[in-house]
Design a protein. Structure first.
Length: 403
């Protein structure tokens, strides 16, 4: 089979996902087109330069509906002969776009793709598309549906993580993100968002709160206790599914959970022959991809079984991985991953994560692949694994190695 290589990986800064966020006035198609244009210009792409644009976005309604990928192509400076495919695997949509593109190349279906994703959470709110698993009682009852925040608290309860554990991870995420920005670790991949006059709208992740400490986090109330214990009482649903638990320990707050933000990211993926043809130098090989389904109630444990799967498929073990990017959807997700594989925190999310910088749902999977690649190069390491938990109980992962 043909190998698939990463030639470039870029992202926008992440804007606060509120009406006063810097990117609120920017549409999903405009932000996506900016990434496509940057990849085109940075790599001197011309004509039908890639087989397809595969673009992840989770809330596929309003301006993010109607095959946003094709709209982004037509909004950009790419040739109109390039099609577009919009996909949704919830939080892993950006990663799944990259993985799908890589596997298309490996299977001989085209020499190159642009893959990535976008989410404008200030403009198209999470959940505004509806979801049968949440709103159809017959499905919700059969699957013991609870919201993700409750699922994160179930993980904490099941695996013994305290509020202090979660807050400490959040404080470290903020510290690492600030240090990474100050040291210029993101400089290679950040594409500032410009307005139509070429003026800068945003050039730095604006969600970060580097002043965060254990004291300030300790003052925050649990974000999900009320919906768990009062109305509509999701704790009772969880305890029917997991009767060995006496109660759900609600440890997650707005401070130790991922931030709601706007952002986009893109990756240029191609075969070795493609690089030779266009004078591009590959940065990494996509060694293995994987996805898996998991328990839909606890929902967010997917990074553990999908990592077991991807390592088995790649004939590797956890010690073969030099660096990890585990999306910080909630603190307990990362804590559980490190516990399951006995991985030291010094190897995980070394430049901070979504707790500090935010989680633009459809883009995050592509963002963490790019962050992982940049850090492998910066620290002169060879192999990295990126993984995300996914709504409804799934997991996705990608292993890359420098070339």
């Amino acid at each position: 089979m043909t190998d698939a290589y990463i030639y470039d990986a870029i992202r926008t800064p992440r804007g606060k996902g509120r009406q006063d966020g810097s990117l609120h006035e920017v549409t999903s198609s405009y932000l996506s087109a900016g990434i496509l244009n940057a990849l085109k210009d940075r790599n001197k792409l011309k004509g039908h330069a890639v087989e397809d644009v595969i673009w992840g976005n989770v809330t596929q309604v309003k301006e993010q509906g109607g095959c946003l990928a094709r709209t982004a192509v037509l909004t950009s400076n790419l040739d109109q002969s390039i099609p577009g495919l919009a996909i949704n695997r919830f939080c892993a949509s950006g990663m799944e776009a990259v993985n799908l593109a890589a596997n298309q190349i490996k299977g001989g279906a085209g020499e190159a793709y642009i893959a990535g994703g976008v989410e404008m959470m200030s403009r198209v709110p999470m959940g505004s598309d509806g979801a049968a698993i949440a709103v159809d009682p017959s499905i919700a009852m059969d699957t013991y549906f609870v919201p993700q925040g409750i699922s994160a608290d179930i993980i904490a309860t099941e695996y013994g993580f305290s509020r202090s554990d979660a807050d400490a991870l959040a404080v470290e995420s903020q510290r690492r993100a600030k240090a990474a920005w100050d040291a210029g670790h993101f400089r290679k991949s950040i594409v500032p968002v410009l307005d139509q006059n070429g003026l800068t709208i945003l050039d730095t992740d604006e969600y970060m709160r580097p002043q965060t400490d254990m004291h300030s986090l300790g003052a925050l109330n649990s974000a999900f206790q009320a919906m768990g214990e009062v109305m509509p009482g999701f704790d009772k649903v969880a305890l029917m599914k997991y009767p060995h638990l006496e109660r759900i320990n609600h440890i997650h707050t707005a401070g130790n959970s991922s931030g709601i933000v706007d952002g986009a990211a893109g990756v240029l993926i191609g075969s070795k022959e493609y690089g030779n043809k266009y004078g591009l130098t590959p940065r990494a090989r996509i060694r293995q991809t994987a996805k898996i389904g998991t328990d839909p109630t606890i929902m967010l444990t997917g990074p553990v079984p999908v990592t077991h799967k991807i390592l088995l498929d790649a004939r590797m073990n956890i010690k073969d991985i030099d660096l990890f990017e585990v999306n910080e959807a909630f603190s307990s997700v990362v804590l559980r991953f490190m516990q399951a594989f006995k991985v030291d925190h010094s190897l995980v999310n070394v430049n901070g994560g979504s707790i500090a910088m935010g989680h633009p749902l459809g883009a995050t999977g592509a963002i963490i692949i790019g962050t992982l690649l940049d850090e492998l190069e910066r620290s002169d390491k060879e192999v990295g694994l990126a993984t995300l938990c996914i709504a409804s109980g799934m997991g996705a992962a990608t292993i890359i190695e420098r070339v």
